[in-house]
Design a protein. Structure first.
Length: 288
C-alpha cells in the first residue's frame, strides 16, 4: 500500500512564521487556513487600532459588545489566570507598554522605556467581567493575548487540517495523529533534540529573544509589574494541548522553580525542559 506523501505549507502571520503539515491532502486547504489566521490577526492584534481587541481595550470602564470568538478567548484567559495563580494575566498591556513594548517587532526593536514605578496587577477576575455577549475591563487596563493565543490557534489548526497533521505558530506546535512514519510528528526542541509527538502540544517561552534596553523583555511578572526575573530563563513544555503548553511555558519563566514544581503535578503537563540561571538545562518529567 502506498503511503500518502506529507504536504507542507509555510506563511507568515502574527509577525511570526507559521508551518502547516498534513499527511495526505489537508481537510481544509492550506490557503484557507492562512486566510483564517489572517482574520484572527485582524481580530486580536493589539498593534492594530481597528482590531476587535483594541476596540475592547479602548472601551475599558464600560460594557462593550464582543464576538463569540473573543468571548471564548476571554473565558480562556480567565481560566488560565486562575490555573496559573495569576502569573499569566492577560490584562498586562499597560505594563508591557510601560516596559517599552509599544510596537510590533516587525518595525524594529522596541525603545528603551523611561524609568517608571510599576505596580502589581490585580487578578484578572477582578479586572475583567463577562456577560453573554459583552465584556467590561477595569479602567486603566488592557488585554494582550500574546501568552495565550498561539498554542490555542495551533490546536484549532490541526482540527481544520485533519486527523494526521501538525501546526507550528511562531514555534508553538500542536500535533495530531501518528505522523509521517507512525511514531509521531518530529518536533525540534531548543536543546537540539528531536521529540516525536502524537496528540499533544509543545511550546517554549523565555527571556532571551524579545529583549530591548538593559532588562526589558516581554514576560511581565504581575506581582511586580516589571519584566520577570525568576531563576528560570527558558521553559519548553510538552502538554496534552498546545494551549496548555503555551501558558504553562510562560508561567514557569515568570514564576520560576516553585511554579515549575507545582505545574508538573497537572495531568495535562507531561514534561518540562528548563534553563535556569544557577545551572544548565534540566529535564523535568511529569512522572518518573
Amino acid at each position: 500500500m502506498t503511503t500518502a506523501p506529507t504536504q507542507r505549507y509555510t506563511c507568515s502571520v502574527f509577525t511570526c512564521d507559521v508551518t502547516l503539515a498534513s499527511q495526505g491532502a489537508p481537510a481544509t486547504p492550506f490557503a484557507e487556513v492562512q486566510r483564517r489566521l489572517h482574520a484572527l490577526d485582524r481580530r486580536y492584534s493589539r498593534f492594530r487600532p481597528d482590531s476587535e481587541l483594541s476596540h475592547l481595550n479602548a472601551a475599558a470602564g464600560r460594557w462593550h459588545p464582543v464576538s463569540a470568538d473573543l468571548h471564548a478567548m476571554l473565558r480562556h484567559a480567565l481560566a488560565v489566570a486562575a490555573a496559573s495563580a495569576n502569573l499569566v494575566n492577560a490584562a498586562m498591556l499597560p505594563r508591557l507598554l510601560a516596559a517599552g513594548y509599544v510596537h510590533s517587532w516587525t518595525t524594529g526593536t522596541p525603545p528603551t522605556a523611561p524609568p517608571t514605578t510599576p505596580t502589581p496587577v490585580p487578578p484578572l477576575a477582578e479586572l475583567l467581567e463577562l456577560r453573554r455577549d459583552t465584556a467590561r475591563l477595569a479602567p486603566g487596563y488592557g488585554i494582550d493575548v500574546g501568552a495565550l493565543a498561539k498554542g490555542r490557534w495551533a490546536d484549532d489548526i490541526v482540527t481544520w487540517l485533519g486527523p494526521n497533521s501538525a501546526a507550528s505558530v511562531g514555534g508553538d506546535v500542536t500535533c495530531r495523529g501518528p505522523g509521517p512514519d507512525g511514531d509521531g510528528w518530529p518536533v525540534n526542541l531548543p536543546n537540539g533534540h528531536v521529540l516525536r509527538v502524537r496528540d499533544g502540544g509543545v511550546a517554549t517561552s523565555g527571556i532571551g529573544k524579545r529583549r530591548w534596553g538593559t532588562n526589558g523583555h516581554h514576560l511581565i511578572d504581575p506581582r511586580t509589574g516589571r519584566p520577570a526575573t525568576s531563576d528560570i530563563t527558558q521553559s519548553t513544555v510538552l502538554a496534552r494541548t498546545g494551549a496548555c503548553a503555551d501558558w504553562v511555558a510562560s508561567a514557569v519563566v515568570i514564576g520560576g522553580s516553585p511554579t515549575a514544581a507545582h505545574l508538573t503535578t497537572r495531568t495535562d503537563v507531561h514534561h518540562l525542559w528548563l534553563t535556569r540561571t544557577d545551572r544548565g538545562a534540566a529535564h523535568e518529567p511529569h512522572k518518573p
